[in-house]
Design a protein around this ligand. Structure first.
Ligand SMILES: Cc1ncc(CN)c(N)n1
Length: 214
């Protein structure tokens, strides 16, 4: 088994629960409550801020230009299509400005941001890749299960961001990078595996949290 396959296998219960989550099922069916979607996107926009910084750190710690370019390209995609989705959907759902820029963070969002900040500041390419792979591969896994596309842009758009030929190729590339950069020594490999496991746990908790009202 390759490194990433083994990591996913070792976290299969939480991974499957996230990929088959009620949020995903309701998004596919186009029945997701607007309040749940708004709540999720407000928190996710803050997740994305830390995620973009992490992509930048991965770009800086990548070994060479060949590896840096796909990361840089993905930064551009985020700044374009993905950010447009957030802006348009916030407008559609009437999300106020303060919730777009300075919302109250849920504990799970703060925890996820802390994991990404640690990986951003740690200067380790495999650690950065571990979080990026969870965030992108788990999202591609659910998005590519789509049975029929919902009609409304607010639902359809979020699936399209995570299921299109460019995104699918980007995720393949990311997985291959982590496989290639599997640490050779056991303590470092365990640290990367722990970060991976924590990120999977947080992905599941992130979906759960948008159904929990304060
Ligand atoms: C919580 C979470 N995880 C992953 C993704 C996909 N980049 C996301 N937007 N949000």
């Amino acid at each position: 088994m390759r490194f990433v396959e083994r990591l996913v296998h070792d976290n299969a219960t939480a991974w499957r629960a996230a990929v088959g989550h009620r949020f995903v099922q309701e998004l596919f069916a186009g029945t997701l409550d607007d309040a749940v979607l708004a709540d999720y996107l407000v928190q996710d926009y803050q997740f994305c801020d830390a995620f973009v910084a992490l992509l930048g750190a991965a770009t800086a710690t990548a070994p060479d230009l060949t590896a840096r370019l796909p990361l840089a390209r993905q930064l551009g995609t985020f700044a374009g299509d993905e950010n447009d989705y957030f802006t348009e959907t916030f407008d559609d759902l009437g999300v106020p400005e303060t919730d777009r820029t300075r919302p109250q963070l849920k504990p799970v969002t703060a925890d996820f941001i802390a994991v990404m900040q640690r990986a951003t500041q740690g200067g380790s390419y495999p650690q950065a890749l571990a979080v990026l792979v969870v965030a992108e591969l788990l999202y591609r896994d659910w998005a590519t299960q789509i049975p029929t596309w919902p009609s409304q842009p607010k639902h359809r758009g979020w699936i399209e961001v995570h299921n299109n030929p460019d995104f699918n190729a980007w995720v393949d590339w990311l997985v291959d990078q982590l496989d290639q950069h599997e640490p050779g020594d056991e303590p470092t490999r365990s640290e990367v595996a722990n970060t991976f496991a924590r990120a999977v746990e947080l992905e599941l908790a992130f979906f759960d949290a948008c159904y929990q009202r304060p």
